[in-house]
Design a protein around this ligand. Structure first.
Ligand SMILES: [Fe+2]
Length: 205
């Protein structure tokens, strides 16, 4: 398989290689997440591997609020992506889904997270949790798939996402908190275009 290493370093290559091996050997998403957990925890503890360029907010972001979604790696077949999500102090994402399983963890700063579920067509807040650097969880849809995150630290928060789709480029959804209205949503990446052509990109920003 060919792959696109945007951040092409030995740390990222070794991490992705171990992840791919674990996924190929695992009988289920749950088992894969468990197998990847030690390597993911290592990545969150390592203060050196993520250059400052990938910890910057992005004024023109597809997420709004100056939120930067920086692609670090993706498989050419769209089966895996690794990216950082940079949320300035006080900013929050729209309520959104991911449509793929994987691991999400906080690298810098603190965040409050609200997790939602659709119940009988309506959106319900099911859990609130606070995350500090080093905290992470396995996201396995539909569980935990719909959420909103807000930075609570005075510094910009940086979270690391390892998900089994090309999260920035697939069409997913945002949800209106009060009406529960669902809208098609493609966040894009700040640093890498999606493959579907310039027409589609207009939706991303
Ligand atoms: Fe998210």
């Amino acid at each position: 398989m060919t792959a696109d290493f945007v951040l092409d370093t030995s740390v990222v290559r070794s991490f992705v290689s171990d992840v791919r091996t674990a996924i190929a050997a695992a009988p289920s998403p749950e088992a894969a997440c468990e197998a990847i957990t030690p390597r993911f925890a290592e990545l969150l503890e390592d203060s050196d591997w993520l250059p400052l360029d990938y910890r910057r907010p992005a004024p023109q972001s597809g997420m709004g609020g100056g939120i930067g979604q920086w692609l670090l790696y993706r498989a050419d077949d769209g089966s895996l992506s690794l990216f950082s999500l940079v949320v300035p102090p006080g900013a929050q994402t729209p309520i959104h889904d991911h449509l793929a399983w994987g691991l999400v963890g906080l690298y810098r700063g603190t965040q409050d997270e609200e997790i939602y579920a659709t119940v009988g067509g309506a959106l319900e807040l099911v859990e609130r949790r606070s995350l500090a650097a080093g905290d992470f969880y396995a996201l396995i849809p539909p569980h935990d798939d719909i959420h909103r995150v807000r930075t609570t630290s005075s510094e910009t928060s940086v979270s690391i996402h390892l998900l089994t789709n090309d999260t920035g480029c697939v069409w997913r959804h945002t949800y209106e908190p009060v009406s529960g209205e669902v809208r098609p949503f493609r966040s894009g990446y700040v640093n890498v275009a999606c493959d579907n052509g310039p027409d589609d990109l207009s939706h991303a920003h």
